[in-house]
Design a protein around this ligand. Sequence first.
Ligand code: ADP
Ligand code: MG
Length: 325
Amino acid sequence: DELVSQIAAGEVVERPASVVRELVDNALDAGAAQVTVRLLAGGVRLISVEDDGDGIAREELPLALRRHATSKIASLADLESVATMGFRGEALAAIASVSEMSLLSRSEGQASAFLLDARSGELRPAARGTGTTVEVKELFFSTPARRKFLKTDATELAHCVESVRRHALARPDVGFAIWHEGRLVEQWRAQPLAGGDALARRLADVLGEEFIAQSVPLRHSAGPVTVTGRVGIPDAARARADWQFCYVNGRYVRDRVLTHAARSAYEDVLHGQRQPVYALYVDIDPARVDVNVHPTKIEVRFRDSREVHQAVRHAVENALAAPRA
Ligand code: ADP
Ligand code: MG
């Protein structure tokens, strides 16, 4: 089983940023309002993700590390839905097979927290408020061939930050902090959803105030597809090529249908004069999208990619062409 997990790890865990992605996924699934990520040596020596979510009950802790143990599929029909970010129950087992992992958690109403050491299986009482801290140390220590492929600490850190940034743009209502070697690298405060445009405020925090001044909101519905978000307007001269964030049903994706649709709209309206910059959120009937094409869940396949392409293209075109104040 250890070997199977290590093979699974090969698909799921490429570098520290992949671990960060899975742990932050879990924190958000647990209903966290605040997620704190602490890293040493770009995440290679330590990745710690702390949340204030529901926590894991004492008797559930060992189960969390077992392959295909997930608390998130109530029925087979649920497989069709993408209500939660993760749903395959493999991430923790895979990560534990290529690192030294511990889970510290306290669930609501429990008198104390418990600490589980993945390697030894030792479980003992510990101190902590409600929520979970997962620590991952010495990533790939037992697989030196994998460790050799890691880049410099600075590069791995940048990937980790990018991974959290992708979550942060999906969940403006959750606060995020990233520490590296004891130094605060990024902090994005929770933006109450009730208080107006939480997304715009989160985008300003993450991408910079200029982005808000130089972008327009969009909203467009066509049948089962709804597209919302913001697109950068032409004088966003400081545009960065990697500021193209796409989400499908709340999940960050890289998808050529979406990027092509957005690029076509920029071509049509602005004749390719500027770098497209955007955060696009596609909400679609879960039955019309397959999220299981890739273990990291970063790729999707639409049942009808034309309907999605058209919806995104129209949404972006309308927003770019609208007269500005
Ligand atoms: P999945 O997220 O696909 O269910 P994982 O391997 O990522 O699988 O996690 C296994 C299980 O551990 C989850 O189903 C959940 O019950 C529990 N778990 C993991 N991380 C957390 C967390 N931060 N808070 C609460 N429960 C967690
Ligand atoms: Mg998970």
